[in-house]
Write a protein that binds this ligand. Structure first.
Ligand code: HEM
Length: 391
């Protein structure tokens, strides 16, 4: 390895960039430096092209998810685990995400969507991000994990701050750690409760985790898995629904098309996920020396897989910068690829579909009336979407 190899090629964590500027920055790097080194984000190789990410996620002998220094101190499976343990954790959780399980949650999601939308539609205006896409996914998570719905706001707030763990600000990183500990405490209390009062392990995730026979899985690890599940997926689903509503609020023709043809909604959801990828980046760690596009990667090095950049790769998608709601095929990487492909994808897809079905079905049109606020790196979502509604 030469000294030049470790010179920073870019700063993907630049919080001053707007979403279009960030996309332009990634497009430029994808073209000229597809495996770029950065000394931000803890020092990492950023992998930006679609084909390279598929290659890395498919080569688990070379690239793993388990860091030598897990960011939270303790590794949180299944995402922070490698085979063979990853396979066991995944098997344990998979049965809660089968089509019948997801279908069983759908009526609750539909009711939650209607309850949230009714007052917004009645007053003919509101903030669809704040009032609708923010709470909906955490309500799904409460239903999934057996968490009282009254705790949703606390859980959502804590989970949001944990996303600041890669922030450039020391204060924000410290806050992320404190809130991680708070979620861990919450998970530990759930585990302690199920130790005393076990529920049916076929329907209750905390009991299933506690009773699973996995080598080296003590009570602490149970809390760590539950900690991951508590914070998993609802911020990204919030972003997915927010991004979809943002597109529709600013493209009346697509809005009208989906209202006329609701069967197209699932296809459109895939395109919204590709176009504005909620989870922009996930890490990998080199398990041995490797070479990618001439860059020398050493055992132990961190890599950042830029799913968002790959989803705009012109080598994988024609007209990648257009959001084409009936795009097919659409083999996007919003849920990752390989053995860690998102476990919650069927739940997220159902939530997004139900949210859009209800929003479109109950309104004649909605359009933006004020400033749209989008969060900074590395989230890709919408935090404020003020709209006027015709119903
Ligand atoms: C639109 C919403 C979502 C997006 C964009 C998303 C994205 C992702 C991505 C990109 C990964 C791959 C991580 C990697 O390769 O290192 C992942 C993994 C995971 N996701 Fe999601 N996710 C979403 C919703 C959910 C939901 C609702 C849940 C659960 C309630 C969930 C649970 C998980 C879990 C447990 C993993 C780890 C899987 C493994 O390591 O085998 N996700 N997600």
């Amino acid at each position: 390895m030469t000294a030049e190899d470790r010179q920073s090629d870019w700063n993907p964590a630049d919080a001053t960039l707007s979403v279009p500027e960030r996309l332009a920055q990634m497009a430029a790097m994808r073209a000229k430096c597809p495996v770029a080194y950065t000394d931000h984000l803890g020092g990492q190789w950023s992998v930006l092209r679609y084909a390279d990410i598929v290659k890395v996620t498919g080569d688990i002998e070379t690239f793993g998810n388990l860091s030598r220094r897990p960011r939270w101190g303790e590794a949180l499976p299944p995402v922070e685990a490698d085979p063979p343990l990853h396979t066991e954790y995944r098997r344990l959780l998979q049965k809660f995400f089968t089509p019948p399980r997801i279908a069983a949650l759908e009526p609750r999601m539909r009711k939650a969507s209607i309850d949230l939308l009714t007052p917004i539609i009645a007053r003919r205006h509101g903030d669809l991000a704040l009032e609708f896409s923010y709470p909906l996914p955490v309500l799904a998570l409460c239903a999934l994990l057996g968490i009282p719905e009254t705790d949703w706001a606390t859980i959502k707030k804590l989970a949001e701050t944990t996303l600041l763990i890669d922030s450039e600000s020391e204060e924000e990183r410290a806050q992320a750690k404190r809130d991680h500990e708070a979620i861990l405490d919450y998970a530990q209390a759930m585990v302690a409760d199920r130790q005393k009062h076990p529920r049916n392990p076929d329907t209750d995730i905390p009991t299933a985790i506690l009773q699973a026979d996995i080598e080296g899985k003590g009570v602490e690890k149970c809390a760590a898995i539950l900690r991951l599940m508590i914070a998993a997926g609802h911020n990204s689903t919030t972003s997915a629904i927010g991004n979809a509503m943002l597109h529709l609020a600013s493209h009346g023709d697509d809005q009208e098309r989906l209202r006329r043809d609701p069967k197209l909604i699932p296809t459109a959801v895939e395109e919204f996920l590709r176009f504005d990828t909620p989870v922009q980046e996930m890490p990998r760690y080199a398990r041995r020396d490797a070479e990618l596009h001439g860059r020398q990667i050493q055992e132990g090095d961190k890599l950042g897989l830029f799913f968002g950049a790959a989803n705009r790769d012109e080598a994988a998608f024609p007209e990648p910068d257009r959001c084409i709601i009936d795009r097919k095929p659409n083999r996007h990487l919003a849920f990752g690829s390989g053995i860690h492909t998102c476990l919650g994808a069927p739940l997220a897809r159902m939530e997004a579909r139900v949210a859009l079905e209800e929003l479109l079905g109950r309104t004649k049109s909605f359009s933006i009336t004020g400033e749209v606020v989008r969060p900074r790196y590395h989230r890709m979502g919408v935090t404020s979407l003020p709209v006027a509604i015709e119903a």
